[in-house]
Design a protein around this ligand. Structure first.
Ligand SMILES: [Zn+2]
Length: 328
């Protein structure tokens, strides 16, 4: 299934390149036509259809390809280089840490920010298409700050947007993430690609949306091959499903308005703004040795029933130390 999908994508890409190359030839040929020579159009059209791109070759520069034509000629083709805004790329730029915005105060982030995701210059591609198995939520004892999509070992995982590789690592350095790639994008967003069997991009490398960043796997804290995908703005996570419908692979909109209450594990796609705001205002408590539901209810001026309802637990649930409960 995965292979089929990837081949299909590559075929489509190749077709698009060939189609674009065809347009290029048409354009350059018609540009060579002397003005006012419309009576020659029939002959000119013949020469246009006579030259067709038949294949593309890679060059040392990944943004330049060679197009081969059926008349045994070739030409370079510029694939378009991502547009880079230096200021955003340099801000809190750390290639040695997974999270480079550590300590950046939430207060410094605007209440609302509009981020351009895609237009004619800024491309988008789903990192992988599939049903979300685990959502952006509080899971058992820890925050699950991204989404999980099952895949087959070796499936290609692609850059969602044009960007620069800010971090690449694995092993002890990345812990639960396993082999991880973090991309910084022109609008300030960062996307995280975790549990890869192998990553194939290098720190500082410019990547285009759709470019393969690595292959799917199960490295790190993982119980089977899947992609762990995170979206962060200034280091703050928000539900990636706000950006992408992963089941269809489509971008929900070309612009996203990020609201401050989105940067909260209880705030997720599908909630109304009011629900999200309320959810993000929950007070949580990390269980310490000796804590009881009765004790917490008294401490936070609420009831045991309320705490149970908010956390979907029962009165008899064992409170494991380190678990975070919503108390209000
Ligand atoms: Zn995950």
């Amino acid at each position: 299934m995965g292979l089929y999908r990837n081949n299909l994508y590559i075929c489509t890409m190749k077709k698009m390149i060939l189609f674009a190359a065809g347009l290029l030839v048409t354009a350059s040929l018609s540009a060579q036509q002397p003005t006012g020579a419309t009576f020659k159009s029939e002959a000119a059209n013949d020469s246009v259809t006579a030259v067709n791109p038949i294949d593309t070759l890679n060059t040392e520069d990944k943004f330049t390809k060679i197009v081969l034509f059926d008349n045994h000629t070739w030409s370079y083709m510029d694939m378009g280089r991502p547009v880079i805004n230096d200021n955003l790329y340099l801000e809190h730029w750390d290639t040695t840490a997974i999270h480079s915005y550590r300590g950046y105060p939430l207060d410094s982030i605007p209440e609302e920010v509009d981020l351009l995701l895609a237009d004619s210059l800024h491309n988008y591609c789903p990192p992988i298409v599939g049903k979300v198995r685990s959502e952006y939520k509080f899971r058992r004892t820890r925050e699950h700050q991204g989404i999980d999509i099952p895949l087959q070992y070796g499936d290609t995982v692609r850059a969602a947007f044009d960007g620069v590789v800010r971090f690449r690592g694995g092993g002890r350095q990345t812990g639960g993430y396993g082999n991880l790639v973090v991309l910084r994008h022109a609008n300030g967003l960062e996307t995280y690609y975790g549990h890869l069997s192998k990553s194939i991009v290098n720190i500082g490398e410019l990547v285009k949306a759709g470019e393969v960043v690595g292959y799917g796997g199960s490295t790190g804290r993982s119980t089977g091959p899947h992609l762990h995908f995170e979206t962060r703005y200034k280091g703050q996570t928000f539900d990636p499903q706000r950006l992408i419908d992963f089941e269809t692979g489509t971008l929900r909109d070309s612009i996203i308005t990020l609201k401050k209450h989105y940067y909260n594990i209880y705030s997720h796609y599908g909630q109304s703004d009011e629900e999200s705001l309320t959810a993000s205002q929950h007070i949580t408590h990390t269980i310490k040795s000796g804590d009881t539901l009765g004790g917490l209810a008294a401490k936070y001026n609420t009831t045991i029933a309320n705490i149970c309802k908010l956390n979907n637990i029962s009165r008899s649930t064992i409170l494991s130390v380190g678990r975070r409960l919503i108390v209000r």
